[in-house]
Write a protein that binds this ligand. Structure first.
Ligand SMILES: Nc1nc2c(c(=O)[nH]1)N[C@H]1C(S)=C(S)[C@@H](COP(=O)(O)O)O[C@H]1N2
Ligand SMILES: [Mo]
Length: 345
């Protein structure tokens, strides 16, 4: 004998099954229409407003070596965004991890028998380390940390802000294993008067040496907490780094934006002065006054006088991952909804 409440429970279950079926089907359709059918936004506020209704950037899905199909922003340099569904798990799979390079000539092959990590500059004992030296001579350090592009979600700004028009998928969380940056620096012996350590990768652009278009360079100042937890990682989620994410070595600076997480790291250069290269002095600067969130207004920028400084720690962010609005459509009144997402500080 079934009571009224049993019946209503069975009815809800049927409803739920129907709703889930519809969800799966419509999500698949939405994924396709999101990436292919919708027109690419052109410049302008209307386009920005349209892009803001999408969770991901509206680019095509492309499949590059070691990667699942990811959303392409540009192909030279490679910039790929992670589709929303991969954020259902706390850690982002290596094959789904977003990709961002600034310069077109990033490495496609690295010979570990000749590869060296160089420590030079304002140090007592310059070093030239093999990949195997890092594995053998230093204590491994493992840390789980979010790598997020400073431009993540940029396409949602109105008016538009210059730079890659990312949706929300220019971020990922991984377990990184490597050598503490401080352990490497101690081996080289940092001299008194050192101000920062400059990080250089194997990637190159077409410009003349010394210009931002030639090499992507970032620095970590000694007079900050950036070095405290920083590691030079040789493993990502327990595997070698994918080429597009910086094989064989990358810097990990937990809590700080990805702009400092130099990939395909080949030189650690200790400087006796502040780093004035383009990527520190001109690019990646945000308003430093006010409430500390880097906020400003177009009017204040146009009026001038907004003080800028290097971008630093990531603010708290959170994202609803499911249900995916594009796929669900209307939710039946009274039906419980499980909301899943990610948040990090
Ligand atoms: N060598 C090198 N490292 C780099 C960059 C680069 O252009 N060259 N870009 C940085 C920026 S801005 C981002 S967002 C991250 C992206 O890391 P990922 O490609 O592993 O996701 O790499 C950082 N490290
Ligand atoms: Mo970035």
């Amino acid at each position: 004998m079934s009571s009224a409440s049993d019946l209503s429970r069975r009815q809800s279950l049927q409803l739920l099954t129907a709703a889930l079926g519809a969800t799966v089907a419509r999500t698949a359709a939405a994924q396709i229409s999101t990436h292919v059918d919708r027109p690419l936004p052109t410049d302008g506020d209307a386009a920005a407003a349209q892009a803001a209704t999408l969770w991901n950037a509206p680019g095509p899905l492309v499949t590059l070596p070691q990667k699942l199909p990811l959303i392409q922003l540009t192909d030279r340099p490679v910039q790929l965004e992670t589709p929303r569904a991969y954020f259902l798990s706390p850690r982002t799979p290596n094959a789904a991890f977003f990709v961002r390079w600034h310069l077109p000539l990033h490495p496609r092959t690295v010979d570990l028998s000749t590869f060296r990590l160089t420590l030079e500059g304002h140090v007592d004992r310059p070093q030239s380390l093999r990949f195997s030296d890092l594995l053998r001579d230093f204590r491994p350090q493992t840390i789980t940390a979010v790598n997020q592009c400073a431009g993540n979600s940029r396409s949602r700004f109105t008016p538009r802000v210059q730079g890659s028009q990312w949706g929300n998928g220019a971020m990922g969380c991984a377990e990184w294993t490597g050598v503490r940056l401080r352990d490497l620096l101690s081996r080289a012996g940092v001299r008194a008067g050192a101000v920062c350590v400059q990080l250089e990768g194997l990637d190159r652009g077409v410009g003349p040496a010394g210009y931002g278009s030639s090499a992507y360079l970032k620095s970590l100042p000694f007079a900050s907490d950036m070095l405290d937890e920083a590691i030079v990682a040789y493993a990502m989620n327990g595997e070698p780094l994918p080429f597009l994410n910086g094989f064989p070595l990358r810097v990990v600076v937990p809590g700080y934006f990805a702009t400092y997480w130099i990939k395909a790291l080949s030189v650690l250069r200790v400087l006796p002065a502040a780093d004035e290269n383009f990527w520190m002095k001109t690019a990646y600067r945000i308003p430093i006054d006010g409430d500390g969130t880097g906020n400003t207004t177009p009017a204040a920028m146009a009026a001038g006088g907004v003080r800028l400084g290097p971008i630093g720690r990531m603010p708290v962010r959170s994202f609803i991952v499911s249900p995916m609005a594009e796929g669900v459509g209307k939710w039946p009144r009274g039906l419980p909804m499980v909301v899943r997402g990610q948040a990090f500080s």
